[in-house]
Write a protein that binds this ligand. Structure first.
Ligand SMILES: *Cc1c(COP(=O)(O)O)cnc(C)c1O
Length: 339
């Protein structure tokens, strides 16, 4: 695409050429349908509009140093969408159908895959919604699975630069036995108010605590949390955290680098003892955290005092992005070459 300024792409929506749709009717999935429209036609009583029967995924494809296009851990996203579908009682998208739709959508929009070296990538958004009409609270009998793509730059305008986060004590994102562990829009609806509140106060993102005790760190808005101390990678365990595929990958990389990995409850006050802290997810890979403000209890935690990301975060970031860009060996088979 000659007229896209790849290096200054925001993390936003840009129209591409095609998207894919697949309908579930009469108990079975139909054929993949290619569309160049950005709109869908839907019944006014569709369950996704009223009762939140909706789940999505977020993944990326990268143009590598060798000019090949790689997609990262697609089978994990297929599996997670299945778990999400079960969680809000929707028809499950078979893994091969998910995979085929993702690969096809990338291939139909090749001219939107950003060039190597620009820091940009092709964001892939699979989406599953209940389209059948219900007025009483019941699961729909019809579903629509869609995949669209859009080229994106860094999620945080700071890129791989340390960000400031606000601890949220006025709202909860998800209940301990609610839907926090699945990727559904409802969690985001619940979190928007605190995210907007944080943005207005100048913070990049929010740190959510466990809803029951407000004592432990859950996660950071659309990203998981990790801390580093004593050669150990520490990430919270909780029933209301979305299991991040980036976090899962970083745990493997940390262990491979000779670090210990701990997944356990992390009290917010433990932030005091971390040498480094970060948020991780597909959108930003790693966002190093330089400051966490817990203003209701008059507490500020600071990291990266020299203003730069910590050494372990840098190492993990370089390793993971290297695998995605084909400059580091992919010894766990995380990437698939699309073309
Ligand atoms: C998608 C998401 C993440 C990040 O998961 P990745 O698989 O690493 O992209 C983290 N938290 C929430 C709430 C999410 O929705």
């Amino acid at each position: 695409m000659e007229n896209i300024d790849w290096k200054s792409l925001p993390f936003g929506y840009l129209k591409t050429d095609y998207n894919i749709r697949c309908y579930y009717r009469d108990g079975k999935w139909g054929e993949l349908e290619i569309s160049s429209s950005e709109y869908i036609d839907m019944h006014i009583a569709a369950t996704c509009l009223h009762y939140g029967q909706e789940a999505f995924e977020g993944m990326k494809a990268f143009r590598g140093a060798d000019n090949k296009i790689r997609v990262f851990r697609c089978p994990d996203n297929a599996k997670r969408m299945e778990t999400s579908a079960e969680g809000v009682v929707m028809a499950k998208v078979p893994h091969d159908l998910f995979h085929e739709a993702v690969i096809k959508t990338i291939k139909m929009n090749l001219r939107f895959v950003p060039p190597y070296g620009t820091g940009a990538s092709l964001y892939i958004r699979p989406l599953l919604v209940g389209t059948g009409a219900q007025v009483g609270v019941n699961p729909a009998s019809e579903y629509l699975f869609m995949v669209f793509v859009t080229p994106v730059g860094p999620y945080f305008k700071e890129g791989f630069n340390p960000v400031e986060m606000l601890v949220c004590r006025d709202h909860d994102r998800a209940a301990p036995l609610g839907t926090g562990h699945i990727k559904v829009g409802g969690n985001y609806a619940a979190s928007l108010i605190s995210i907007v509140h944080g943005h207005n106060k100048g913070f990049s993102s929010i740190i959510y605590l466990d809803a029951r005790e407000k004592k432990y760190i859950d996660e950071c808005g659309p990203a998981n949390f990790f801390g580093i101390k004593d050669n150990t990678y520490i990430t919270p365990s909780s029933t209301s955290i979305l299991p991040s595929i980036t976090n899962k990958s970083l745990m493997v990389l940390a262990e491979d680098m000779g670090m210990k990995v701990e997944r356990r409850p992390v009290e917010v006050t433990e932030l005091d003892s971390f040498e480094e802290a970060g948020a991780c997810g597909t959108a930003a890979v790693i966002s190093p955290i330089k400051k966490v403000v817990d203003w209701q209890v008059n507490k500020v935690y600071e990291f990266c005092k020299d203003g730069k990301p910590g050494p372990v975060s840098v190492k993990l970031y370089n390793k993971l992005t290297g695998i995605q860009l084909g400059t580091e060996p992919d010894k766990w088979g995380w990437t698939e070459i699309v073309e």
